[in-house]
Design a protein around this ligand. Structure first.
Ligand code: MG
Length: 256
């Protein structure tokens, strides 16, 4: 009788802690790092370090490839008229960003990221403005660099180009790859072998069913870019896996 009671209590306890774990799970992905409230420039190693210090689940960043095939971390295709894809690495390395940091290479960024294991690196492979071939070449370079820097275990990939997502999955079958563009159904994502969706909040507000469908398929839902407190609460209630935001401090506070 006592034994039965004990078994029941342990089962109940583990169930309760499992529920608590999933509810209190850190879902916060800092969009381009934690820059908005910290005074550093977005997409810099400084912004990554602030996201790590805050204890975010992940820190998102964007990459492009120089004319001579070096990968740089930056959001836009160009910086003050210098087009990344049409410029060599030597010249790009001289670019000073608003907070005084140099535009980081992906290699330097990963080197900073692998110093810790808590915050994941959410690598967005930007679509080339020149050609599909360059988008796929960038995807290949990213997977190679992540392997070289021993960052595979803490790196996830996102991309707007579906073929880029497929390329990453082909080269790194174990990698977590989410599609950004919003035009594929959960069933299509599953059929393609991808890990989940990372859609704009309007897409998920219009297609609320995607969140439960994705969960049933054992894939993940990430949503961008949620900066408004009431919308954060809406997505927390829907229990999406991750929320990408420019306000990681606020989201961390309300999701505790
Ligand atoms: Mg991005």
């Amino acid at each position: 009788m006592i034994k039965k009671f004990l078994t029941f209590s342990i089962a109940l306890l583990s169930l309760t802690s499992l529920e608590a774990m999933s509810q209190g799970k850190n879902k916060v992905i800092a969009h381009r790092g934690a820059w908005k409230n910290t005074g550093v420039t977005e997409n810099t190693i400084g912004a990554l370090e602030h996201a790590i210090k805050l204890g975010c689940y992940g820190s998102e960043f964007d990459v492009h490839m120089s004319a001579d095939s070096v990968v740089f971390v930056h959001h836009d295709h160009a910086f003050k008229g210098t087009h990344i894809e049409k410029t060599n690495a030597k010249e790009l390395s001289q670019i000073k960003l608003p907070d005084g940091e140099f535009m980081p290479t992906l290699e330097a960024y990963l080197k900073a990221g692998v110093k810790q294991k808590k915050t994941r690196l959410i690598l967005e492979i930007k679509t080339s403005s020149i050609s599909k071939e360059r988008s796929l070449a960038l995807a290949t370079k990213c997977v190679e660099l992540v392997k070289k820097m021993k960052a595979e275990k803490i790196t996830d990939y996102i991309a707007f180009d579906f073929d880029v997502c497929l390329k990453v999955k082909e080269l790194a079958p174990k990698a977590h790859v989410e599609y950004l563009n919003g035009d594929k159904t959960p069933a299509e994502i599953k059929a393609a072998g991808l890990s989940g969706i990372d859609y704009h909040y309007n897409v998920l507000k219009k297609n609320e069913n995607y969140i439960s469908e994705i969960r049933d398929l054992k894939l993940t839902t990430n949503v961008w870019t949620v900066n408004d407190e009431s919308m954060m609460k809406w997505f927390l209630e829907k229990n999406v896996n991750y929320i990408t935001t420019n306000e990681p401090e606020l989201l961390l506070k309300i999701s505790k």
